[in-house]
Design a protein around this ligand. Structure first.
Ligand SMILES: *Cc1c(COP(=O)(O)O)cnc(C)c1O
Length: 405
């Protein structure tokens, strides 16, 4: 057996064992940072080690993982991984494709194109929307807001790619008071500033108040970008997208929607009304590594203005063909050389099917409802949010009854 075959076989065995037992082990890490350094650290070897030994050493430290894939992990907003998606990721590593351009990897380009089309269909978006496969929702928002920056400044006669923001017409940016911090991070990286935005007040569930947005929009003229949210990370609440879309249209503003997990409500039979109006956005950011359950890292930037999207992202390099018949994935993302992320998305969608994805989303939401009902019957538990999706916000309060309650 060659060294490569032996290493792959070891990895296969270790991975199977890990996934077989991850549901039964404690959720927390089984090894401390010090123990991990003990097992993995030391001086870098002078002579290289055999590949299977390197794999064994890493697998021997797998206790340093958190069992987020297991059924008892409820922290943060995090996904597991569908079997087909995990296995597809192995193929991606074995293929070792540079997914930047079609000519370097037709399969990476075509799987992205197909998966993008399926996601557009699921969300009810027209085929004219372009899709970039990025590392997560933060980069999806970065990509979308970079496109927004290009678009609203081009409308004002300003070439931001060539001239930057120095001397540009100011862009008025509106977020909600409860926009996810990654929106502010994206704005910061784009030179739009995290603190110079207008933060629109929210209601008790964390929804942007559309009346307050409309009033704030009336106070400015010129280029404007609105960042709304489909799925508040604490409450699951959705901003009132139809009213926000009306306000954006009236003002001629770009409407970006952070739908990291919330976009997938479009699959639910009973909850799809939550995303009503989202198809009127100019851009949507979502994660594939949360509700779609593909391995980290994976997010999607969906954009209604393909040409602006390409212009904002494209490199002016000689080897890039302007009117190529095939899709070059790098034209829709900030990266150039890149992993074939679309393959795992394709695999997850194909293995779930529409019905499977609907069942997955509805099951999670139903479980949240059930958990909230059962938790709320306990005297020291208070549920702080309306359960609209799969988010439960819980406060544990000191019992007012007997001391040993
Ligand atoms: C998780 C999340 C993000 C950030 O997504 P990453 O994939 O971690 O970059 C943004 N917005 C919301 C609402 C989220 O839940």
């Amino acid at each position: 057996m060659s060294e490569r075959e032996a290493a792959l076989e070891r990895a296969h065995l270790h991975a199977r064992e890990y996934l077989k037992t991850v549901g039964d082990r404690p959720v927390h890490a089984l090894l401390s940072g010090a123990e991990l350094r003990e097992r993995l650290g030391g001086a870098m070897p002078i002579a290289g080690e055999a590949a299977p030994d390197v794999v064994d050493r890493l697998a021997g430290a797998a206790g340093g993982t958190i069992a987020t894939q297991g059924p008892r992990y409820f922290g943060f907003v995090i996904g597991g991984s569908m079997p087909a998606a995990t296995a597809a990721e192995w193929l991606v590593a074995a293929w070792d494709q540079n997914a930047g351009v079609y000519n370097l990897s037709p399969i990476a380009s075509v799987t992205e194109e197909i998966a993008a089309g399926w996601v557009r269909d699921l969300a009810g978006l027209p085929a004219s929307w372009s899709v970039g496969f990025v590392t997560g929702c933060q980069m999806a928002s970065f990509t979308a807001l970079d496109t927004a920056r290009h678009h609203v400044l081009a409308q004002a006669g300003w070439d931001v790619e060539a001239r930057g923001l120095f001397g540009a017409p100011p862009i008025h940016v509106y977020t909600s008071d409860e926009s996810h911090y990654t929106i502010f991070m994206a704005l910061r990286m784009l030179g739009l500033g995290a603190d110079r935005v207008t933060r629109v007040p929210t209601d008790a569930q964390g929804r942007m108040r559309a009346d307050a947005l409309a009033a704030a929009l009336r106070e400015t003229t010129g280029p404007a970008i609105i960042c709304a949210q489909a799925g508040n990370v604490n409450t699951g609440a959705f901003d009132p997208l139809p009213a926000i879309a009306d306000a954006a249209r009236d003002r001629g503003a770009w409407l970006h929607v952070d739908g990291a997990f919330g976009l997938w409500a479009c699959m639910s039979r009973s909850r799809k009304h939550l995303v009503d109006g989202i198809t009127r956005a100019d851009s949507i950011a979502t994660d594939a590594h949360k509700w779609l359950n593909v391995p980290y890292d994976s997010g999607l930037a969906l954009i209604a203005h393909r040409e602006s999207h390409r212009k904002a992202m494209m490199l002016p390099a000689a080897y890039i063909l302007e009117d190529a018949a095939e899709r070059d994935p790098h034209e829709f993302v900030p990266e150039e050389s890149r992993r074939a992320r679309g393959v795992a998305v394709y695999a997850a969608l194909r293995s779930l099917g529409r019905d499977g994805l609907t069942a997955l989303v509805d099951r999670c939401c139903d479980h949240a409802r059930q958990m909230a009902d059962r938790l709320s019957s306990h005297p020291s538990v208070r549920i702080l949010n309306d359960i609209v999706l799969n988010q439960i916000l819980v406060r544990f309060e000191p019992a007012t009854g007997s001391a040993d309650d």
